[in-house]
Design a protein around this ligand. Structure first.
Ligand code: 6PG
Length: 479
């Protein structure tokens, strides 16, 4: 046995992670793939890596030092279970199996429980940063047992991205905690992308600027408080010209957004937990709306606003859009972190929210300067109930809210869809409201279903006898 770590599944993500591991001092990497050709190619193309190839699970296990540690990099789903079964067959108690795919956290909880019974450790690990990240430094979100972290931690620290001298990896929590956090990362990614897309659309329709000109706007924004990977690549995409037609590439791409499911999982899970992640939900639904051409086709005759959008001062409008984007982004991240907090409480994970924001500062898709502010907020108040109530964000929202309101109003009167901008503002105003019309909903529920209500002036649970003399009686609490 010569290798201290192994990788199973040598498609792009797996190969790149294996190469990243092999490039770090002290690592010898065993590699295995179901079809032999991928293994042969990788070993031939990267002699410098010193890979230890194997062509059966038995050989793979024999090439690993104990405790054997293997990272599975296959497409999430049934394939993952098949590989786990094989590794459990050839591994021994104390060994460590890591799933680096985008698994649903409830699958990870199930798998961890089953594998633990054999004495083998199972770690579900979120890996963010795409192909480049896997090769040069991803953001890593491992769950699993404390025992496995002892072996895994030092190895993962060497390959993770580095933010201000700190590796972007931390032990998130037990069993499915890592995949849960990765799921929410992707939900925030959806919201951030939708917000950027809405900003682009408003600027384009409002000012008539070309995609290349708007690329300059985003490039400039990337020097300020919005600095982030997603803003940076937005400028690149907008600047790209299609070689065939000479048009901006963005005008040639079909306007139907795909989705592999992690955004939907974030929303489904939030619904179960009762956490309002409205920005993430709107972003997910906006992708669904875009990708139903048959519905969009039949809606061609729907009436629009009488006046189209007119913008007098383009620069002022663009600055309003920037601040609306910043405010909505604060809401999206705040909602995401609230979901992690609620998930941790529900599943019994001890998740350090500040540490999560820190490991997202580099390597991952939502990497941004802004995450330092989130880390500060949790450092100051670790049990912060709503992230956006931290002083820095309150100050930012105060500064941005005028612009935010103007943009949402302008979009509405101009008939420009801005679901993420407007739902974020509605969420914010809902949070702020001293009284919500939820009181009326309680009245309606009590009317048709005797669902009862609480009073503001005394304890207890009450019901009005709506179909009799409408007097109020004390009732049992039915929620
Ligand atoms: C990452 C990305 C990565 C992947 C998503 C995209 O963190 O590296 O989030 O996981 O790009 O699968 O998701 P959609 O295909 O659903 O947009």
């Amino acid at each position: 046995a010569t290798a201290n770590i192994g990788v199973v599944g040598l498609a792009v993500m797996g190969s790149n992670l294996a190469r990243n591991l092999a490039s770090r001092e002290g690592n010898t990497v065993a590699v295995f793939n179901r079809s032999r050709a991928k293994t042969d190619d990788l070993v031939a193309e990267h002699p410098e890596a010193g890979f230890v190839p194997s062509f059966s699970y038995e050989e793979f296990a024999a090439s690993l030092q104990k405790p054997r540690t293997a990272i599975i990099m296959v497409k999430a789903g049934a394939g993952t279970d098949a590989v786990i079964d094989e590794l459990v067959r050839v591994f021994e108690p104390g060994d460590i199996i890591v799933d680096g795919g985008n698994a649903l956290f409830t699958d990870t909880i199930r798998r961890e429980k089953a594998v633990r019974e054999t004495g083998i450790n199972f770690v579900g690990m979120g890996v963010s940063g795409g192909e480049e990240g896997a090769l040069h430094g991803p953001s890593l979100m491992p769950g699993g047992s404390d025992e496995s972290w002892v072996t895994l931690g030092p190895i993962l620290r060497t390959i993770a991205a580095v933010a201000e001298g700190e590796p972007c990896v931390t032990h998130i929590g037990h069993d499915g905690a890592g995949h849960f956090v990765k799921m929410v990362h992707n939900g925030i990614e959806y919201a951030d992308m939708q917000l950027i897309a809405e900003a682009y659309d408003l600027i384009r329709r409002g000012t008539g600027k070309s995609p290349a000109e708007i690329a300059d706007v985003f490039a400039e924004w990337n020097h300020g408080e919005l600095e982030s990977y997603l803003i940076e690549i937005t400028a690149e995409v907008l600047r790209q010209v299609d070689a065939e037609t000479g048009k901006p590439l963005v005008d040639v791409i079909v306007d139907q957004a795909g989705a592999k499911g992690t955004g939907a999982w974030t929303v489904q899970t939030a619904l179960d937990l009762g956490v309002p992640v409205s920005g993430i939900a709107e972003a997910t639904f906006a992708r669904s709306l875009s990708s139903h051409p048959e519905q969009r086709e039949v809606s061609g005759s729907l009436p629009g606003p009488l006046e189209s959008l007119t913008v007098d001062d383009a620069d002022a409008f663009i600055e309003d859009v920037r601040l609306a984007l910043f405010a909505s982004k604060i809401v999206a991240y705040s909602q995401g972190f609230d979901e992690i907090r609620a998930g941790a409480a529900q599943y019994g994970w001890d998740i350090d929210l500040g540490a999560v924001s820190k490991i997202w500062r580099a390597g991952c898709i939502i990497r941004a300067q802004f995450l330092n502010r989130i880390a500060d907020a949790y450092a100051q108040t670790p049990d912060l109930a709503v992230l956006l109530t931290a002083p820095y964000f309150v100050e930012a929202l105060e500064r941005a809210q005028g612009s935010w309101r103007r943009i949402v109003a302008t979009a509405a009167t101009g008939g420009i869809p801005s679901p993420a901008f407007s739902s974020s503002l509605a969420y914010y105003d809902g949070l702020r409201a001293e009284r919500l019309p939820a009181a009326l909903i309680q009245g309606q529920r009590d009317f048709f279903g005797a669902h009862t209500y609480k009073r503001i002036d005394r304890p207890g649970t009450f019901h009005t006898l709506w179909s009799a003399d409408r007097t109020e009686v004390e009732a049992e609490d039915t929620h």
